[in-house]
Design a protein around this ligand. Sequence first.
Ligand code: CDT
Length: 308
Amino acid sequence: MREIVIGGAQMGAIQKLDSREAVVLRMIALIDQAKDKGCDLVIFPELCLTTFFPRWYMEDQAEVDQWFETDMPNAATAPLFAAAKLAGIAVSFGYAELTPRGQHFNTSILTDKFGNIVGKYRKTHLPGHKEYDAERAFQHLEKRYFLEGDTGFPVWKSQDAFMGMCICNDRRWPEAYRVMGLQGVELVMLGYNTPSVNSQMPSEGLDKRLYHSDLSMMAGAYQNSTWVVGIAKAGDEDGHPLMGGSVIVDPNGFVVARAETEVDELIVHACDMDACNFGKATIFDFERHRRIEHYELICSQTGVKRPT
Ligand code: CDT
């Protein structure tokens, strides 16, 4: 049995005026709870140091850049790294990354239990749009503020398990899980900021949005025989509601822990990485069963081309 006690640290709303330092104090409080529960690893949401700023339309690049981190750790996050190290807990969290070459990415990192960064992932599937869209109930400008990630979907060996990351909208794309599955992934970590309302179909309803989130992660887990941990930033950010629904999903696709609130909340499960072995050796033994000669379209075509 290779057990990793995983804490999913859902975070409640972060308002536009909240400082990173105040947010980090909340994250440290969640680390403290995780230590009491014996966690080895704590997973935080996407872009968890600030409000979900891609909802705001900005033209001034200096204004945009204030939401980004040029170093990690930095002055604001150093106390988080120190607290996690002291607790002997590895962490994964998302932030807006501005590189020395001036590139903007939506990024997540993974540390070991000593506070060393052992993995970095940059979001591949950026949802939303680039220009102000008056047709939408509210904006979602990830395509304006971020470049598409350049990392692919790497998998790292840490804590005697194979771990990968993706971010929010990536969870809806089976290709993301499969690329990690092909590297033997046993734990997919992801954070999300998902509006409770569909800006292009306000009648959709929260229940359906939570269902689609669950469905995507449960399928990704089952079809690749891996744990999937999906953690929300939830609650009302300056009048814009984000859904909760953070979950830990086992390698059979069952939800084993679920957040019940839309505020800071830790969900915990002792995850046995060996629970991935059976599915990987049987129905999802990729080496024996995949038929790549029929999958060529997946890598040669993005959009739909119907037969004539
Ligand atoms: N942050 C993020 O990727 N959110 C998207 C909502 C997209 S709506 C334009 C998601 O897939 O949850």
